[in-house]
Design a protein around this ligand. Sequence first.
Ligand SMILES: CCCCC/C=C\C/C=C\C/C=C/C(=O)SCCNC(=O)CCNC(=O)[C@H](O)C(C)(C)COP(=O)(O)OP(=O)(O)OC[C@H]1O[C@@H](n2cnc3c(N)ncnc32)[C@H](O)[C@@H]1OP(=O)(O)O
Length: 263
Amino acid sequence: MAAQAGPLVDLSIDNDGIAILTMNRPPVNSLNLELLEEIGKSLDEVAKNKTKSMILTSSSPSVFSAGLDIMEMYKPDLKRAEIFWTTLQDVWIKLFGSSYITAAAINGHAPAGGCLLSMSCEYRVMVEGKYTIGLNETALGIVAPTWFMDTMCHTIPIRQAEYALTTARMFTVDEALQVGLIDESASDKADAIDKCKKFIRKFDKIPSLARAVTKQKIREGPLVRLQKNRQQDTAEFLGFLKNPKIQQSLEMYIQSLKQKAAK
Ligand SMILES: CCCCC/C=C\C/C=C\C/C=C/C(=O)SCCNC(=O)CCNC(=O)[C@H](O)C(C)(C)COP(=O)(O)OP(=O)(O)OC[C@H]1O[C@@H](n2cnc3c(N)ncnc32)[C@H](O)[C@@H]1OP(=O)(O)O
């Protein structure tokens, strides 16, 4: 992978007071420990500055996020893997449980952890093209953690979520729109951001405390479930990394990605 040029995230506030958080880890915004730490810090900053809303997007022209960095899971240093996992849990708790308004401008592919980040927002607009979105963990021989599944069940009907999770379904933009995995499609990134802003403006006349408490109450179940089971969730992740069969599946998957990239 190429050396990182520039900061891993960019956080800016536009003229309307909306925070734009842009992931910037070329080539595919795979979520390694350092990127997750930077996303977490940015979410803290948005919360601390009492910014009314945030749009999550990517600097890549074709990938929102490729999900978790597989190299964090392949033959890992277990201490780092533990910090990696708890940082991912923190990011999800901060984003899914945020009081401010959140929207994702999905300007490219969003598999697995990329799909999770977008589903943790309240509204999703995806750029039209040959991009796909979904939780594909079972195709890698791994099981999406319960809170990934909970987030999907919070987004699309449970029957559709079960079918998508068990079959590792990657949805095209049209399919995602039909099932409600995304709310709107857009012609390009600027259009996606405009549509996210239009969603955010719907709350101009809604008292912000009532909105925030309602959001947090409706999201309470999945949040409490992870908060109560954090240690067990981390232990399961570490146990999974120690399993030779899983390591073998990951090795094969990395090879297939590298072969595809070399073509
Ligand atoms: C019962 C209890 C069980 C408990 C289990 C506990 C936990 C489960 C664990 C975790 C859940 C996992 C979640 C995840 O997010 S796993 C990651 C899944 N992601 C993917 O499968 C996506 C893979 N990538 C792609 O499909 C494509 O790259 C893309 C995103 C569609 C983009 O395609 P594009 O053609 O633009 O790029 P390339 O494919 O050429 O890739 C360029 C370059 O990046 C490398 N790369 C791609 N994705 C990743 C990744 N996720 N991690 C690390 N590296 C990645 C790719 O290999 C290329 O590298 P190269 O060096 O060859 O340039």
